[in-house]
Design a protein around this ligand. Structure first.
Ligand code: SF4
Length: 307
């Protein structure tokens, strides 16, 4: 950890560069506290996409993983989008490629392809509509009954959506290596240690874990639930980065994580120092291939129109 004087200097330097570049710093909830501290906006994938679509800044510094910066670049073609760390990828997004989707579409050309935003721009371009964990149920409900649906890439979110909507879907066999790690025994143990706590679980967890939740929600949904709840204790089953915003939003409440393994190494590749570096160098810029741009934009726009 940097000494306080260096932290203050770093923040001042970031402020100066931000003004000079007319930049906005957007961070995902799973970022480290030092990044939350320098961000102009902190949100989940859906909130970041909405914010990117409406910002007046010339430059967006995305503190998250690669697909999030791609979504910002698709929604803001006239802006420069910088990813705060070029190597911050999402293993789940890499579990499906555009070529794989094209192959499946050849077999079933009439199916509707719903892709979680945790996918590459190329996969979004092969999809009919995108979704996030916050709006996946609503997106699937918006598809006419009787249509075959291919949901990708998260099998756990897909299973949750099938249960909530009663729709049968073909679900890709991808998963988030962070949320999928959590086992029911760990939730049981946390409940025994904190019997009065409400259990809040992200739908990227396995179905047997999700079934133990008092509330299943996206990261933004978990924060909203904790804010309005009269309960004082919560077991939170998602990435550790969320604790910073939860404790800030609800200083009088207690939050417990059932496991120390709830940490996304890719999200944690970004630091405030790296945010300063990308503002200085204006690299790495995220550029979307022109041949996939328009189709990927349509999939994201359709999602934003549904909600
Ligand atoms: S938490 Fe999971 S889905 Fe999110 S970026 Fe990390 S690996 Fe990908």
């Amino acid at each position: 950890m940097l000494p306080q004087t260096e932290v203050s200097q770093l923040k001042e330097e970031i402020m100066r560069l931000k003004k000079e570049r007319n930049a906005v710093i957007m961070a995902h909830y799973y970022q480290s506290p030092d990044v939350h501290e320098v961000a102009d906006f902190v949100g989940d994938s859906l909130e970041l996409a909405r914010k990117a679509a409406t910002t007046n800044a010339d430059v967006i510094v995305l503190c998250g993983v690669h697909f999030m910066a791609e979504s910002a670049a698709i929604l803001c073609p006239d802006k420069t989008v910088l990813l705060a760390e070029a190597q911050a990828g999402c293993p789940m997004a890499d579990m499906v490629t555009g070529e794989m989707v094209r192959e499946r579409k050849k077999q079933k050309p009439d199916m509707v392809v719903v892709s979680y935003v945790n996918t590459t721009a190329e996969v979004k371009a092969e999809s009919d509509i995108c979704c996030t964990s916050a709006n996946a149920v609503k997106i699937v409900q918006s598809i006419p009954e009787g249509k075959e649906i291919l949901f990708l890439p998260d099998r756990n979110l897909g299973s949750y959506v099938m249960k909530k909507t009663g729709r049968d879907m073909m679900v890709w066999d991808g998963f988030c290596c962070v949320h999928n790690r959590i086992k029911p025994e760990e939730i049981t143990k946390a409940k025994q240690a904190h019997p009065s706590a409400i259990v809040l679980i992200h739908p990227e967890c396995r179905p047997e874990v999700v079934s133990m939740a008092d509330c299943v929600a996206s990261t933004a949904g978990i924060i909203a639930f904790a804010r309005q709840s009269e309960a004082k204790e919560f077991i939170v089953v998602t990435e550790v980065g969320i604790l910073y915003q939860l404790r800030k939003a609800c200083p009088d409440k207690e939050f417990y994580l059932p496991s120390e393994t709830l940490l996304c190494a890719n999200m944690k590749k970004i630091t405030a120092e790296k945010v300063k570096n990308v503002l200085e160098t204006m690299e790495p810029k995220i550029v979307i291939q022109t041949d996939i741009y328009e189709k990927a934009l349509q999939s994201l726009k359709k999602m934003l129109a549904v909600g």
